[in-house]
Design a protein. Structure first.
Length: 328
């Protein structure tokens, strides 16, 4: 399967991403063919490979870049990301992801758990083989901890009608932004940049990740199920309240509460009403504004990076602008 067509504009990056995908495939070799098939189906489910792309681009700022190592670390990060998605779908009882059946819906929860676990192992095997020091392995371990913390924070706040904007931002900083941050940091650090420079790259990645997740949550209120590849407002039924809804609650709490208190028993008519109310109370517009603020912080950070012979800086600007202005 080929990589996403968005990378056609960037032939060198596309070449490295194809190598990344191939290495991910080659990392999977299981006697249990059901689990192997489950893993392969997830690897080829149409992800954009954004995190590996950022890792590869940030690796071009160091003087000690090794192409093979950069690809291996990109593969490790995407394996880690894929593992978290599989486990997410188990926790959420999700049947659809990227408009395709999830592993748990195809093969059952047990196979999905083993598939996710296997990808975690594959990730750390690549890190052990290619990291220049234990630091990257330690950072990946800490990132897994932050991701888990964000997921647990989201779980703890299910059906919490008093959830704050700060709690939401803390959760997505772990759940989504941490892997973007790790990708940018490791790309720079493992290619020989200074600690300070790599940390700055990590901060850029964090801003990208927060903006990315907010936009994802906005799309729930602006797209059809076909466009976003999952049921609209399914998260609301499951008690996961994202930024547009939290902003709308600040303005129209009394109107929204009778609907939200129904939890899983919400009907399609009622979720459609929530959809309308979130718009009318300004939740979508406010969330878009905050996403734009984080986007500008990320672009400002990228604009301060040095020029490279590979045009990495301009590609980072173009790609970041494109993914943070997306409408699907």
């Amino acid at each position: 399967m080929n990589i996403h067509p968005m990378w056609k504009k960037y032939p060198e990056l596309a070449k490295d991403l194809n190598s990344t995908l191939k290495l991910m495939e080659n990392s999977v070799n299981l006697k249990n063919k059901e689990v192997e098939n489950a893993v392969m189906s997830m690897i080829h489910s149409g992800g954009k490979l954004l995190r590996p792309a950022y890792q590869l681009l940030f690796s071009q700022f160091g003087e000690k870049r090794e192409g093979k190592k950069a690809v291996a670390l990109a593969a490790a990060i995407e394996l880690l990301h894929t593992a978290t998605l599989i486990h997410d779908d188990i926790v959420d009882d999700a049947d659809i992801r990227r408009s395709l059946p999830t592993i748990r819906s195809q093969f059952g929860n047990s196979t999905a758990v083993y598939a996710g676990d296997y990808l975690f192992v594959s990730c750390f095997k690549l890190l052990a083989d290619y990291s220049s020091s234990l630091k990257s392995i330690q950072l990946n371990s800490r990132s897994m901890e932050k991701i888990l913390s964000g997921e647990l924070g989201q779980m703890d706040n299910r059906y919490n009608l008093d959830m704050t904007i700060d709690q939401y931002l803390e959760n997505i900083s772990g759940k989504t932004a941490e892997l973007f941050s790790l990708s940018c940091f490791v790309g720079a650090y493992e290619s020989g940049t200074s600690d300070r420079f790599a940390k700055n790259c990590g901060k850029i990645g964090e801003n990208i990740g927060i903006a990315f997740q907010i936009i994802d949550d906005v799309l729930d209120y602006t797209q059809s199920p076909e466009q976003i590849g999952k049921p609209v407002l399914e998260d609301v039924r499951q008690g996961v309240y994202s930024l547009p809804l939290l902003y709308a609650l600040e303005e129209g709490r009394e109107t929204l509460l009778p609907y939200l208190e129904k939890g899983e028993s919400l009907t399609e008519t009622e979720t459609n009403k929530i959809y309308e109310l979130v718009h009318s109370f300004g939740g979508v517009a406010k969330a878009q504004k905050l996403a734009e603020e984080y986007t500008q912080q990320a672009l400002k950070g990228i604009s301060k990076l040095p020029e490279t012979s590979t045009n990495a800086k301009n590609e980072l600007l173009t790609i970041t602008q494109a993914i943070l202005a997306r409408t699907n």
